[in-house]
Ligand binder design. Sequence first.
Ligand code: GDP
Ligand code: MN
Length: 392
Amino acid sequence: MNLHEYQAKALFAEYGIPVPPGRVATTAAEAQAATAALPGGVWVVKAQVHAGGRGKAGGVRLCRSPEAVAEAAAAMLGQRLVTKQTGAAGLPIHQVYVEAGSAIAREIYLSVLLNRDRGRVAFVASAAGGMDIEEVAATEPEKILRVDVDPAAGLQPYQCRRLAFGLGLEGGQIAQFERIARALYRLYLERDLSLVEINPLIVTRAGELVALDAKINVEANALYRQQALAKLRDESQEDAHELEASRHDLNYVSLDGNIACMVNGAGLAMATMDLIQLHGGAPANFLDVGGTATAERVTAAFRLVLSNERVRAVLVNIFGGIVRCDVIAEGIVQAVQQVGVKVPVIVRLEGTNAEQARSALAASGLAITAARDLTDAATKAVALAGGARVPA
Ligand code: GDP
Ligand code: MN
């Protein structure tokens, strides 16, 4: 789960990581009023959306008067911001963050994340901050510094110094950097985060380190014990289909194709998508209904995949291991009747009670195409969806 920049910065402040003073606002008047509480004659108005790349997309504006702050806020609020990271539809701006402007001497990149290969929390830093870090990694990998933290020992002072020296920090900045890194490590562990990214961490003209941007991703599986963070969720920033899926505990990812998939088990779902592609089709989604699919979940899943208007066929692929195929068949019949499915439904069922399931589908009188095996299912789905095509 992502946090907004202003929420992430509030957490930074709580952990003693320096951030510029700021106020969140939902109207232009509020944004203008906020300037009275923020020192200096320069302010920055920042669109609060769950995406980076705002600066280049007009979502970060430097203003030299309270009136200019109101104008910038009015121009952003209620609009959608399209950045390199959002896709063409962009994300809605419901809030802006007004900050006291900073005088920047240098921009540094710093992040904390999980190195899955080594099973350790890792710090990644680069003196080439303020830029697209993926691009730096691709074109100038030597500019990226990494430190993996031993979970038993914790982040060590020498590791902080190694990063600080590598970043070219000097004098008091080295101790400042160490304080920030240690606070970030504590924040990362205590709040069950999966990513903290500060791009840029700046050195001000006065030589102070300040987090100018803040991105935090909270590990979704830990939200049950991070109630305060769970409350910060902003559903307006999430994909509508994926949001609906999460309400039903369904594992769903939107894709660009036209064949909806409904599968139990993530591995089988991946294999199903591969077979659709192999036979010239393109999946409309990834959907794992889980190992304990019930008739109700199957109905919810049908509603979900059909809410995508690109869908021209539905491929149901169930292996009855823990679930019973006859229960799934009942769910399919119920769903097709309730939801009013107007596109072909191709079903491949195998495993526990598969025979009963096939008879139940046949007896239902509904236009459901039975498939003998997975290849047969994929071929039929591609044909019924309008034939093979070159995926975009
Ligand atoms: P992002 O584009 O979504 O990553 O948003 P950032 O918060 O990183 O802001 C983008 C860029 O705006 C930064 O890299 C800075 O160069 C610039 N910027 C942001 N805040 C300030 C500020 O207070 N003063 C100045 N001079 N530039 C700023
Ligand atoms: Mn940034």
